[in-house]
Design a protein around this ligand. Structure first.
Ligand SMILES: Cc1cc2nc3c(=O)[nH]c(=O)nc-3n(C[C@H](O)[C@H](O)[C@H](O)COP(=O)(O)OP(=O)(O)OC[C@H]3O[C@@H](n4cnc5c(N)ncnc54)[C@H](O)[C@@H]3O)c2cc1C
Length: 250
């Protein structure tokens, strides 16, 4: 069973108003508290010292007090580097190695994935098949999966016997690494992935399309919905269809 869970994300340790005071602005008009969704807007305001209008920056004649609008302005202008201040960590379980191989191609993500050398479950796990097998191939697919399940159980029994005989840990790892090479790509795995909002947006934009593979599209659509719920300002230009297709306003 696939699960996509937002397990951690950036949080503010001081109110936004305090950030303004620390950078020397005594009369900030921004008082939006502790919501990390506004951290990119704060970063933008730090660049222009636009916490209100006054002697702290005489070049300014106006400053946005609405942080949702300030964030929208940054997004419109393509100032996406400020999104890198906010990160989110997702736990993905019961996803296939097909999917994780695609996900880790996104180079700004930080993954920690279940080890195939250190982990060999006694029982074979159900392969992750996001769509139905064509009728003509179903019978042979079922036979192949049954044969692989049998092979997995034979390996488990063999490993247990050898371990009872004192098989050293290094040897267990070597054999498990050999056995995993015969596992299907659809074998489920778990992965914890951290990325900043810019990196997540890049990956969502590429993977939530008609052209993308079905499983990663479904997973990334769930990621997109979770991020939109927690960071509505940073993700305000993102529209998610019922079919998992995501579009960003240009
Ligand atoms: C539909 C689809 C089909 C695909 N098919 C294949 C395939 O057949 N074979 C295959 O190998 N891959 C395939 N991929 C993976 C694809 O080539 C990318 O590796 C993957 O989408 C990661 O995207 P990215 O490299 O643009 O950016 P990411 O790694 O997510 O980085 C985000 C952005 O950062 C910038 N960036 C990152 N690293 C660098 C760098 N070193 N230099 C300069 N700029 C950088 C770029 O602007 C990049 O777009 C496919 C992807 C999709 C969505």
């Amino acid at each position: 069973m696939t699960a996509v869970v937002l397990v951690a994300c950036t949080r503010m340790m001081v109110p936004i108003e305090t950030v303004a005071r620390i950078v020397g602005v005594c009369d900030p008009t921004v008082e939006d508290g502790m919501d990390a969704d506004f951290l990119p807007a704060v970063a933008g305001k730090l660049c222009y010292r636009s916490f209100g209008v006054g002697d702290h920056n005489i070049l300014l004649t106006r400053s946005r007090t609405d942080l949702v609008e300030a964030t929208a302005n940054l997004l419109r202008q393509g100032h996406h580097s400020v999104l890198e201040h906010v990160s989110a960590t997702f736990l993905l379980t019961g996803v296939s190695r097909v999917m994780t191989h695609e996900l880790v191609r996104h180079r700004h993500m930080s993954p920690s994935q279940l080890s195939g050398r250190f982990v060999w479950p006694a029982e074979p796990e159900e392969p992750v098949l996001p769509s139905a097998m064509p009728d003509e191939l179903r019978e042979t697919a079922v036979r192949t999966v049954a044969a692989l399940r049998h092979w997995h159980r034979v390996c488990s029994a063999w490993l247990r016997r050898r371990m009872d005989d004192g098989m050293p840990f290094a040897e267990r790892k070597r054999v498990a690494s050999l056995l995993r090479r015969l596992l299907p790509q659809a074998t489920p795995t778990d992965i914890l992935v951290t990325g900043n909002l810019r990196a997540w947006r890049e990956a969502i934009a590429k993977r939530c399309t008609q052209e993308a593979e079905e499983e990663i599209r479904d997973v990334m659509a769930k990621v997109a919905r979770a991020l939109k719920a927690v960071f509505p300002a940073c993700m305000q230009d993102m529209r998610i269809g019922d079919d998992g297709i995501v579009e960003f306003d240009r």
